[in-house]
Design a protein around this ligand. Structure first.
Ligand code: C2E
Ligand code: MG
Ligand code: MG
Ligand code: MG
Length: 287
C-alpha cells in the first residue's frame, strides 16, 4: 500500500492495479526504444470507389513489430504515445515512411492516380511545427501535395479550434487534402464542419457495422451523405466487411469505401503486389 498524493489523499494500490501500472511503464519505455530500433512500420489499407471498384488510394496505418509480442495494433500504443508526447516523433516517422513509399510506387507505376491518407492526432495538430514537418516531408520525398491527405478527428478540432483552423488553412493552401475521420462519433459540431477547410468525411465503422440491424444507423449514414453533398464533401465509408454493406452504401449513394471486405491493411510487399495486379487489369481494360 502506498500513500501517493500529499495531504489526506490516499491511493491504495491493488495488486492488479500495480500490474497494469508496471505494464504501462514497460510499454512506454519499450515504445521509445521501438522508435529508435525501427520496429514501427506502416501498413496500407486500399480504398475503393464503390461504383466501379476503382482503386482510389491507401490509408497508412502504423504497426509495431514487437520482437516478442508480435504485431501490435495502434489502439494499444497510440493513446500512450499521445500522453507522453512520443506521438510527435512517431507521427513524423509514419508521415516520412508513407510519403517516401508512395512516391516510390509512383515512380514504379507512373500511371497511378492514388491518394495517400495519413492519420494526424490531436497532439500533432496542436504543434505549430506540424506544417513545416509536412512541407519538408513532401519536398524531400518528392510526393505532390495533392496526393497527400491528412485525417483528423472531431475531438482534435474541439480541443483547440483556433489553432487547428490556422494549421488546417496553411495545409489547405498548399493543396493538401483534409479528411474528418470517424465522423459521427465525436463531439460533432456542424458549425466547425462548415468552417473548416475539409474535403472528405469518413463515416465511422460503427454506423456501417450496424447497417443491417439498425434502421437508425442507416438513417444517420443517409443524413451524413446529405450534409456532405450540401457542403460539397466527398465521403468514405469505413469498416465495410460484407457485400451487403457495400451494396447498401452504394444504393445510398456513398461514393468511396474501405474495409476487410475489400482488403485488410497490407504490408509494403503485399501492397506493391496489389498495385501491380491492379495496374495490369486496368491496362487490359484500356484504362
Ligand atoms: P482509423 O484511422 O479510424 O483507422 C481505421 C481502423 O479500422 C484501422 O485500425 C483499420 O485496420 C480498421 N479497419 C479497417 N477496415 C476494417 C473492417 O472492415 N473491420 C474492422 N473491424 N476494422 C477495420 P488500426 O490499424 O488498428 O488503427 C486504429 C486507429 O489507430 C486508427 O483508426 C487511428 O485512429 C489510429 N492510428 C493508426 N495509425 C496511426 C498513425 O500513424 N498515427 C496516428 N496518430 N494514429 C494512427
Ligand atoms: Mg483514419
Ligand atoms: Mg476512422
Ligand atoms: Mg479511429
Amino acid at each position: 500500500r502506498a500513500k501517493v498524493a500529499g495531504g489526506n489523499r490516499y491511493v491504495i494500490f491493488q495488486p492488479e492495479m500495480h500490474a497494469t501500472l508496471r505494464e504501462r511503464m514497460q510499454l512506454e519505455n519499450s515504445l521509445y526504444q521501438a522508435l529508435e530500433k525501427q520496429e514501427l512500420c506502416v501498413y496500407y489499407q486500399p480504398i475503393y470507389s464503390l461504383n466501379n471498384n476503382q482503386l482510389k488510394g491507401f490509408e497508412a496505418l502504423i504497426r509495431w513489430q514487437h520482437p516478442v509480442e508480435g504485431l501490435i495494433r495502434p489502439d494499444k500504443f497510440i493513446p500512450i504515445a499521445e500522453e507522453t508526447g512520443l506521438i510527435i516523433p512517431i507521427g513524423a516517422y509514419v508521415l516520412w515512411h508513407a510519403c517516401q513509399q508512395m512516391q516510390q510506387w509512383y515512380e514504379q507505376f507512373p500511371d497511378l492516380n492514388l491518394v495517400l491518407s495519413v492519420n494526424v492526432s490531436a497532439r500533432q495538430l496542436s504543434q505549430p511545427h506540424l506544417v513545416d514537418t509536412v512541407f519538408e516531408t513532401l519536398t524531400r520525398t518528392g510526393l505532390a501535395p495533392e496526393k497527400l491527405q491528412l485525417e483528423i478527428t472531431e475531438t482534435t478540432v474541439v480541443e483547440n479550434p483556433d489553432a487547428a483552423m490556422q494549421t488546417l488553412l496553411k495545409l489547405k493552401q498548399q493543396q493538401i487534402r483534409l479528411a474528418m475521420d470517424d465522423f459521427g462519433t465525436g463531439y460533432s459540431s456542424l458549425g466547425y464542419l462548415s468552417r473548416l477547410p475539409i474535403d472528405v468525411l469518413k463515416i465511422d465503422r460503427c454506423f456501417v457495422k450496424d447497417i443491417e440491424h439498425n434502421e437508425n444507423s442507416l438513417e444517420i449514414i443517409r443524413a451524413i451523405l446529405g450534409i456532405a453533398q450540401g457542403l460539397r464533401l466527398t465521403v468514405v465509408a469505413e469498416g465495410i466487411e460484407t457485400e451487403f454493406q457495400a451494396q447498401q452504401l452504394r444504393e445510398l449513394g456513398c461514393p468511396v469505401g474501405q474495409g476487410y471486405y475489400f482488403s485488410v491493411p497490407l504490408d509494403v510487399a503485399a501492397t506493391t503486389q496489389l498495385i501491380r495486379d491492379y495496374s495490369e487489369v486496368e491496362t487490359v481494360a484500356g484504362n
